[in-house]
Design a protein around this ligand. Structure first.
Ligand code: PHE
Length: 373
């Protein structure tokens, strides 16, 4: 309030001496302001403007001394009465606003004790469908007597290609859209493995037959669209001994498919194909009836009898040893089994997606307990 207005008040004080109506008007105005204060802060501003040192009520009191003696008592009593009622109104409005603030806070910070108990991170976490399928496949082949082998993601050109009977300049190299590292001083180049087949080589070079391994892992190809991602997963299988033949390969794949898709029968089609590291080579399709969509063939893997050159390249005698190998796309069979439409979603790290498609960490797949929950 400016000095000019304060001067006006002084004049009105004079009138108040004669007319208690002015006090009643001021009281009405103050009580209205108090009632209209929307929160504790606004109410405090009203209090200061009324009862503060320079507030409108305090200034009335200050004028008391300048009144004729016979009027002081009555005026003082009136102002005191006003002051008391304003204070009371402030008090009760304050209590009311505090009650409101508390109940709105209680409403927003409400805990619903009827909600189920949250068991913490273990309950919240989900296993990615590819990890789930990785475990399911390992469980199935483990039951058939396969061990799990591993190799590095960063491979030599020799193990990824050359020893697999894909010499330099072989056209098959172009098919793989390889990520290469810069050449080393000796001219050799490291690369991101384009398939899990180099684990066949590593295993044959380090173990004596009989060999029976699977090798799940990440593989990389320079390719990206709705059905290809630059990184994806394969699972390799390799059996080497003195008598394993094509019949074993077919049986093994068929048993795997029945166990994996959790059905009694799977119709399969073995199509002649070509891989430099197998002879003969076959691609395997399954009848999509296995996933409830009859009438369609779905390719799930490449396979064949290990090429004698590959066996020789690993220091084994191809006249003594033989066997089969296959490589299967893990992401692909995951999508088929669990009805996941877009490959790219698998790598989007979207927690809502994971909550929907993911698996509880304690639902470990076992053949006895059931592969999928
Ligand atoms: N490595 C082949 C691929 O990535 C798959 C395969 C593995 C084929 C083993 C035959 C034998 O396409």
């Amino acid at each position: 309030m400016g000095p000019r207005h304060r001067g006006d008040d002084v004049k009105s004080v004079g009138r108040a001496m004669a007319n208690n109506n002015d006090l009643a008007v001021l009281e009405g105005a103050l009580l209205a302001e108090i009632g209209g204060a929307g929160d504790l802060r606004a109410l405090e501003d009203v209090r200061i403007a009324a009862l503060g040192k320079k507030g409108r009520v305090s200034e009335l009191m200050a004028k008391l001394g300048s009144l004729p003696a016979d009027q002081r008592k009555a005026f003082g009593q009136s102002v005191n009465g006003l002051k008391q009622r304003v204070s009371d109104a402030l008090e009760s409005r304050k209590a009311e606003l505090e009650r409101q603030a508390l109940s709105s806070r209680l409403a927003t910070e409400r805990a619903d004790v009827t909600l189920p108990v949250r068991l913490g991170p273990l309950q919240d976490g989900r296993v990615h469908p590819v990890s789930q399928v990785w475990d399911e496949v390992a469980e199935i082949f483990g039951d058939m007597g396969f061990a799990v082998a591993e190799g590095p993601d960063i491979e030599t050109d020799d193990l990824n290609f050359t020893k697999l009977n894909i010499p330099p300049e072989h056209p098959a190299r172009q098919d793989h859209d390889t990520f290469y590292f810069h050449p080393k001083a000796d001219g050799t180049r490291m690369l991101l493995r384009t398939h899990t087949s180099p684990v066949q080589i590593r295993t044959m070079m380090s173990q004596k037959p009989p060999i029976r391994i699977i090798a799940p892992g990440r593989v990389y190809r320079l390719d990206s669209d709705a059905t290809h991602t630059p990184m994806f997963h394969q699972i390799e299988a390799l059996v080497i001994d003195e008598e394993t033949h094509l019949g074993h390969l077919k049986w093994c794949i068929e048993e795997f498919c029945k166990a994996f898709f959790e059905v009694d029968e799977v119709r399969m089609r073995f199509r002649a194909s070509h891989f430099p590291f197998t002879e003969p080579s076959m691609e395997v399709d399954i009848d999509a009836a296995a996933i409830g969509k009859p009438g369609q063939w779905l390719e799930i893997l490449g396979s064949g009898m290990v090429h004698p050159n590959v066996i020789r390249n690993c220091g084994l005698d191809p006249d003594k040893y033989q066997g089969f190998a296959f490589g299967m796309g893990l992401d692909r069979i995951t999508m088929l089994k669990y009805g996941i439409p877009d490959l790219r979603d698998m790598f989007a790290a979207d927690l809502r997606w994971l909550k929907h498609f993911g698996f509880l960490p304690l639902d470990v797949p076992t053949l006895a307990g059931g592969l999928s929950p």
